[in-house]
Design a binder for this molecule. Structure first.
Ligand code: AMP
Length: 398
């Protein structure tokens, strides 16, 4: 495997998988450019060495071919702002004749961004012929898309077989992600605490199961908490509950007891009469939510308790917001947890923000510089923490 830092890219054309799957608003403006920023050091090093770079990514989940709202052209303006002195070209199809003409004409110091890979179904299928086409855009393959490293797609895994060992490697972001995750896994300072939130328990229950083995404390928040609370006999009103997961939730609670991991659920919460930014709200106990109301944020007693645990931890992982932080009325719990994390880090703890929505929450709170590492990959990071070998990593290491 090529060691990125020790490689001189002078005169080389690099085809690089990045994760530019950024959120866009209704005017197609990038609302959080964390993932773009994450790839900048790798791109910069290649360009500074005197190489050129062909960037490829997916954006969103297009179902059936090209769709304007999922076009990567929307992010070119933001990308150009970070490279004001470099020519940036955009190819409106990732494997068209025109795209190959553009990549073959690319000069040192120039950037070519390819259109959304997922406009081709072959991408997610890991199609060999499609991967081979993509591989023709460069003589070196660099994967810096940690966010999709857990997917066995054409551009994240299959493509690697078209490059020999010395011509493929991880970018700086990918290497940093792996290094930081390993810090959490390998001999972390105790106590180790995981804060797990977000909408659906189904997305995280298996991951939780794995975390139980490694953590001293697990703090649960967000919509997923209500499946646990209902399973324990709580009255949760209209809160988000996945009925199919009630038994599994109880099993998780039991497993935590068996492993001596303290698993905490919210005590109180802010409930709303509708899922809306201007809903009426009240503060109630999580186990007695009135009919017709739904829990959309953790309450002050929970924040107090969680903050104390976080501040007394030496290693902390955070994945998933504590509430619907997109609405101001339900953002307080998430931001309070972020503040506790920042204080713990100020006092010497190692804190890892496990990507996705918690990354945008930490950015929104303005505390991103006071935590140790903000991962760009939610699912990828947690799968890595489970001990799984990610296809995007395996493809390069093999
Ligand atoms: P995830 O991607 O699984 O981390 O989920 C993040 C989403 O969970 C955010 O969009 C939040 O608005 C949402 N969320 C957090 N808490 C709740 C809640 N109590 N009820 C419904 N959705 C929630």
């Amino acid at each position: 495997m090529l060691q990125f830092k020790n490689t001189n890219f002078k005169g080389k054309k690099v085809v690089m998988r990045v994760d530019f799957n950024v959120p866009l608003d209704e005017n197609f403006e990038v609302t959080d450019d964390t993932r773009i920023v994450g790839a900048i050091p790798t791109i910069t090093k290649i360009l500074h060495d005197g190489g050129s770079v062909v960037l490829m990514s997916h954006l969103g989940r297009p179902k059936d071919g090209p769709e304007d709202r999922f076009s990567l052209k929307h992010i070119t303006r933001v990308l150009q702002q970070y490279f004001p002195n470099n020519n940036l070209y955009f190819a409106s199809d990732c494997i068209s004749k025109e795209a190959f003409l553009m990549s073959s004409n690319l000069e040192p110091g120039e950037i070519l961004l390819l259109e959304n890979l997922r406009f081709y179904k072959e991408e997610e299928k890991g199609d060999v012929a499609f991967a081979e086409e993509l591989s023709k855009h460069g003589e070196i393959y660099i994967n810096d898309a940690f966010g999709t490293a857990h997917r066995e797609h054409a551009s994240t895994a299959t493509i690697a077989r078209f490059f020999d060992t010395d011509h493929k490697g991880f970018g700086l972001l990918m290497a940093a992600e792996v290094e930081n995750a390993q810090k959490l896994l390998n001999h972390p300072d105790h106590p180790v605490t995981a804060i797990v939130g977000g909408a659906k328990v189904s997305d995280k229950i298996l991951l939780l199961e794995q975390l139980i083995d490694n953590m001293d404390n697990i703090l649960i928040g967000g919509g997923m908490a209500y499946t646990f609370i209902k399973a324990l006999g709580g009255k949760v009103g209209n809160s988000l509950v996945q009925e199919d997961y009630l038994n599994l939730a109880l099993k998780i609670i039991d497993k935590a007891k068996d492993c001596n991991t303290s698993l905490y659920l919210p005590i109180d919460n802010i409930v709303a009469d509708r899922f809306a930014a201007d809903a009426n709200t009240q503060e109630v106990d999580c186990y007695n939510i009135p009919d017709g109301w739904m829990g959309l944020d953790i309450g002050p007693q929970t924040v107090n308790k969680y903050s104390k645990i976080i501040k007394s931890s030496k290693t902390i992982l955070w994945n998933g917001p504590m509430g619907v932080f997109e609405y101001e009325k339900f953002a307080w719990g998430t931001f309070a947890v972020a503040e506790a994390l920042a204080e713990a880090t100020d006092n010497g703890a190692f804190s890892l923000i496990g990507g996705g929505d918690s990354a945008s929450a930490i950015n929104k709170s303005g505390l991103e510089d006071r935590v140790s590492f903000v991962s760009t990959g939610g699912g990828a990071m947690l799968e890595f923490l489970e001990g799984k070998v990610l296809p995007g990593i395996r493809a390069i290491e093999e």
